[in-house]
Design a protein around this ligand. Structure first.
Ligand SMILES: Cc1ncc(COP(=O)(O)O)c(C=O)c1O
Length: 384
């Protein structure tokens, strides 16, 4: 065996031993709710398509029309010839929803975080991130070559302590947090973080991947609970509640113009396919028109947390923390045997010892299915 293959095999064997090996399972998503896997139909509680818009007839029709009009691919970086006419409409709409001066769309949420942070923070800078922030925030921090520090989850006092000790060692500093935490479903204390950032001359960035479309009347986490916190850097993705693909940053006009000039993941990567941009526009149109529909995923998640006596859901994401990896896989299998898809999430996606089922609720989940799932989780998984 070549040394490269030996290396790969020994890493795989190690993952297998620790119950951390993953595999790609072919999944046919039939509609916004049901999936087919290994010949079985399962009701999915694991998709981030919170509003089921990836399958919405109007969204699909708009995407198909864009393929006919503009073709399948964009053909080049946006800075060259890939900036097709649909981008301007999408960016205007995003800036309007987030109430910022401008917006810029990237190839994905991951590419957005990997691109934005190094534009703002250099070798002498500080990235202060919540310890549970998404992996791509840390990727952006590493690419910036600045110092990365983490504060305890949602602990503003700890973030303050770190800034008091270290802010003066850096030219610029950025606090960055998920707005809605991807594996825990809770919300960041954005108002307090904003005040802290102002006290210490620090910039604040939120990652609203799981907030846009489903919290704050569909506008996202900086509009949660009826209050608007003006977060100067609001990034997010178009791949979850919006049902399409792509990432974005909403910020002031000069910040966005700087991104267009300096963000390497924007400059050196091909523009999104026109159909995807068209789908995102159509989906945002529905979200803006139908705030009651946008409220449904959180309502459904709360129905589940009430029935299981778990802490009240703040977003469509509900973690059922089990701890042990093997037991988590067994719980996922138990639910699969009952016709539910509930993916097991294991380290390193979540901290060691906190393996979990990560359940996601969507607008169209039937109430009786939620009741049956809650009964199984309450009586067969949480009691173990
Ligand atoms: C909090 C968070 N940020 C960023 C991303 C990346 O977004 P995308 O899937 O568009 O790359 C994700 C999910 O994948 C996420 O959960």
């Amino acid at each position: 065996m070549q040394s490269l293959d030996r290396f790969a095999q020994s890493r795989l064997d190690d993952l297998q031993r620790r119950h951390l090996r993953r595999s790609l399972t072919e999944t046919l998503r039939e509609d916004g709710l049901w999936v087919e896997r290994d010949g079985r139909r399962l009701l999915s509680f694991s998709c981030n398509d919170y509003l089921n818009l990836s399958q919405h007839p109007e969204v699909k029709r708009t995407a198909a029309a864009a393929v006919e009009r503009y073709g399948a691919g964009s053909g080049a970086s946006r800075l060259v010839t890939g900036n097709h006419p649909l981008y301007a409409e999408l960016e205007t709409r995003l800036a309007r929803i987030k109430r910022t001066g401008a917006a810029v769309v990237f190839g994905s949420g991951y590419l957005a975080n990997a691109g934005i942070i190094p534009v703002l923070i250099g070798r002498d800078g500080l990235v202060l991130a919540d310890e549970l922030a998404h992996a791509c925030i840390f990727a952006g921090g590493q690419l910036s070559r600045g110092k990365i520090m983490t504060f305890r989850h949602n602990d503003v006092a700890h973030a303050r302590e770190l800034l008091i000790r270290h802010r003066s060692e850096h030219d610029h500093a950025l606090i960055v947090t998920d707005g809605v935490f991807s594996m825990d479903g809770d919300l960041a204390p954005l108002a307090q973080l904003k005040a802290l950032a102002q006290e210490h001359d620090v910039w604040l960035m939120s990652d609203d991947a799981h907030g846009l479309g489903v919290v704050g009347g569909g506008r996202g986490s900086s509009f949660a609970n009826g209050k608007h916190v003006q977060v100067p850097l609001q990034m997010g993705t178009l791949s979850k509640a919006v049902g399409a693909y792509g990432g974005y940053l909403c910020a002031s006009a000069p910040v966005i113009e700087l991104m267009r000039n300096r963000a390497r993941t924007l400059i050196y990567s091909t523009g999104l396919p026109p159909a995807i941009v068209a789908a995102a526009i159509a989906a945002l149109d529905l979200i803006e028109r139908e705030p009651d529909y946008a409220a449904l995923p959180v309502q459904k998640a709360r129905q589940f947390t009430r029935l299981t006596n778990l802490p009240e859901a703040q977003s469509p994401i509900v973690p059922v923390v089990i701890g042990d990896e093997e037991e988590t896989l067994a719980a996922s299998q138990l639910l699969a045997d009952e016709g539910f898809l509930a993916a097991a999430i294991r380290p390193p996606t979540v901290p060691a010892g906190t393996a979990r089922l990560r359940l996601t609720f969507t607008a169209q989940h039937p109430d009786d299915a939620i009741e049956r799932l809650a009964g199984l989780v309450r009586d067969k998984i949480l009691v173990r």
